[in-house]
Design a protein around this ligand. Structure first.
Ligand code: IMP
Ligand code: MG
Length: 186
């Protein structure tokens, strides 16, 4: 499978985008302390690079969500399965996501975070596939917006997985889209 991966964004291109986003986010939160909440596991690599480009006071937290897609019913069941203790009330929260695809995971998570009464809530995603959206939701910052027909490709590397593999690749690549298995997606 590794030999079927085509490089989409090189390590250098990613580093450049992460530095640009770090600068924009730093300006947006100037003078405030950020509570950075990373969505496991896909955003771990992105988040660890991004926080080193944000020279502000910040704390780091993690949350993990699983989505079970039931193809027969066409429904998606999303649930939070892990979270570090996060004091979200009255905090300026930056949620770091890997891929916003249908938007189902993100909208579920945003609703959950809002219940805790943050002062502000912003979203930064590594990849945005806006044409795949089932829920109208827009990240505040996107490293790489990906449009059709490229959005049909399955992306791996730099934290993104295919069946838990390829998270450690230093670049983002694409593989021919695997069949949706109905298995839990992490
Ligand atoms: P959605 O926005 O709820 O449909 O789901 C987004 C999640 O699906 C992401 O957090 C990824 O875990 C997964 N995902 C969607 N597209 C891809 C892809 O191209 N590569 C790897 N994971 C993907
Ligand atoms: Mg995943």
């Amino acid at each position: 499978m590794r030999d079927k991966i085509s490089v989409l964004y090189t390590e250098e291109r990613i580093a450049q985008r992460v530095a640009e986003l770090g600068e924009e986010i730093t300006k947006a939160f100037e003078g405030r302390e950020i509570c950075v909440l990373g969505l496991m596991k896909g955003s771990l690599v992105f988040m660890s690079d991004l926080i080193r480009k944000i020279p502000l006071d910040l704390t780091v937290h993690l949350v993990r969500v699983t989505s079970h897609r039931e193809q027969a019913k066409g429904s998606v069941h999303t649930e939070i399965v892990y979270s570090t203790a996060v004091p979200l009330a009255d905090r300026d929260v930056l949620l770091v996501d890997d891929i916003v695809d249908t938007g189902i995971t993100l909208s579920y998570l945003l609703a959950h975070i809002h219940e805790h009464g943050p002062r502000s809530l912003k979203v930064c995603t590594l990849i945005d596939k806006p044409e795949a959206r089932k829920i109208d939701i827009h990240p505040d910052w996107t490293a790489f917006p990906v449009h059709e027909p490229l959005a049909d490709q399955f992306m791996v590397g730099y934290g993104l997985d295919w069946m838990e593999r390829f998270r450690g690749l230093p670049y983002i690549g694409t593989i021919p889209r695997p069949a949706r298995t109905g298995q839990p997606q992490e």
